[in-house]
Write a new protein. Structure first.
Length: 210
């Protein structure tokens, strides 16, 4: 995949393309070509390019010392090449579609496809460093959240925040991060209590969310 390069060299700017972008934008509809050229000549401009083709443009009004005002930003609509996650999507769906954390870990450990083996090993390494209980809570949270409204997701998150602090592994993770040592997680335990409602109806601090 070709990389995107940034340059503030005005000579590289595709002025015709920039004019087309800005003339079709909501903030400068129908702007004249000569006005765009004047604005470029009096500003600090940045172009984004892939394989010599301009993909984006930004213009700043600045004294080049203490002040810069971002005046125009535009990213073209050219189709981007597939990203890394898109290439990994079959493996992600296969492994992380398992019903439990334990089955996800076991599935990752069996990955033999050369295209996904390195990613699976890194995923296993990352999971091994996390709290076993909170991994299970996160998986259940994702699955419950898929069927909830945004407001109910926020209410669930607040409930979980209190439960995670009470459980202790969250604080242990913070302690280990600050102390730069290995966290001492609690053994994997049941997670039902994490999702038990702490408030009823209108008593919930986020009850007014709709």
């Amino acid at each position: 995949m070709s990389e995107i390069h940034l340059s503030d060299d005005r000579r590289k700017l595709d002025v015709a393309r920039i004019h087309g972008w800005l003339a079709s934008s909501y903030w400068s509809p129908g702007i004249a070509r000569d006005l765009v050229e004047q604005a470029i000549s009096e500003s600090h401009c940045l172009g984004a390019y892939r394989d010599g083709e301009q993909l984006g443009f930004a213009r700043m009004i600045t004294d080049h010392a203490t002040f810069a005002w971002l005046a125009d930003v535009y990213v073209g609509t050219q189709e981007s090449p597939p990203g890394e996650l898109e290439a990994l999507r079959p493996a992600i769906d296969h492994h992380f579609g398992k019903p439990t954390v334990e089955e996800i870990i076991a599935s990752l450990g069996r990955e033999e496809d050369p295209r996904y083996r390195e990613w699976a090993a890194k995923s296993l390494e990352a999971l091994a460093k996390r709290s076993p209980t909170l991994l299970a809570v996160t998986l259940e949270q994702i699955r419950r959240g898929a069927t909830l409204s945004l407001a109910d997701c926020f209410r669930m998150e607040l409930n979980l925040m209190h439960a995670c602090f009470e459980h202790g592994d969250m604080m242990e993770g913070i302690r280990a991060l600050l102390g730069k040592d290995t966290p001492r997680w609690k053994p994997r335990g049941p997670i039902e209590a994490f999702f038990r409602p702490r408030w009823k109806g209108a008593a919930h601090p986020l009850a007014s969310l709709r």
